[in-house]
Write a protein that binds this ligand. Structure first.
Ligand code: IPE
Ligand code: IPE
Ligand code: MG
Length: 239
């Protein structure tokens, strides 16, 4: 076993519990989403401090459209506000903004702000912040399969030669490494359709803290837990 501490290169977070955070304070759910959005920058900075190169945040799932229209509308508006308000901070931190999901189906204004912020930060080299928006793990696999079928039709790929690695090239962002650690806040013990393909061998950490209260210290606890994991990837692992 090497003496070097095991480091997290890609951290993915299911940011859950905004609604309960607000309700427990007698506030509207939207106030929780606002507090949650404000927390993103703090965690982005903390992640950089802990040398995490890739941070992926589950912000809106393909299933979240089931929520009342007013809540969905507030979330989309918050996304635009977040992008507008935090763009200077992302530039200062030299972070590249990235997104995965069915981005074409986002409301036009949100989609344009997103593409604008991605373009503005595209040459930043200090880390990658990926927002999962209108994202579903199953949708991603279906979308990859569609692209693959097209590539087969165009004679660009021989289906006999398809392997996990070449299939992975059809995912939303093939440049993203698999997450080392996936954190879910608010104590729920489920994946809720996040990164199904990518998290095959990720370590999981569930925090009981609601997302708006999940701070640098809570992140440090999760990373400490990760340090003590023995990742075996189906093999026999380290001693
Ligand atoms: C997470 O908080 C944010 C999104 C899913 C958009 P929730 O809104 O799910 O909060 P709870 O789970 O109802 O407390
Ligand atoms: C998962 O949270 C999605 C996001 C954090 C964006 P949900 O609150 O939507 O998940 P469920 O419904 O509790 O499984
Ligand atoms: Mg929730």
């Amino acid at each position: 076993m090497s003496d070097k501490p095991q480091t997290v290169n890609h951290l993915a977070i299911i940011m859950d519990g905004n609604g309960r955070w607000a309700q427990s304070r007698g506030l509207e759910r939207t106030a929780g989403h606002r507090a949650g959005a404000d927390n993103v920058l703090e965690i982005m900075r903390a992640a950089k401090e802990f040398n995490i190169k890739y941070l992926t945040l589950y912000a809106f799932s393909t299933e979240n459209w089931k929520r009342p229209a007013a809540e969905v509308g507030a979330l989309m508006k918050l996304l635009q506000e977040f992008l507008f308000k935090q763009l200077p901070a992302m530039q200062k931190e030299n972070v590249r903004l990235n997104a995965i999901g069915r981005l074409n189906d986002l409301p036009e204004a949100a989609r344009l702000s997103l593409l604008g912020a991605m373009k503005a930060t595209e040459n930043n080299t200090g880390g990658v912040l990926t927002l999962a928006l209108n994202y579903g793990g199953r949708a991603e696999i279906v979308d990859a399969a569609k692209k693959l079928i097209q590539a087969v039709k165009n004679g660009k790929i021989d289906p006999e030669k398809l392997e996990e690695k070449s299939f992975g090239e059809f995912l939303y962002d093939p440049r993203l490494p698999d997450p080392d650690l996936v954190i879910r806040t608010s104590g729920e013990l489920r994946i809720s359709n996040f990164l199904l393909w990518e998290m095959a061998y990720s370590e999981l950490y569930i925090s009981d803290v609601m997302w708006p209260d999940f701070d640098r210290q809570e992140l440090a606890k999760a990373l400490e837990s990760y340090q003590n994991r023995n990742r075996r990837f189906g093999g026999v692992g380290k001693k």
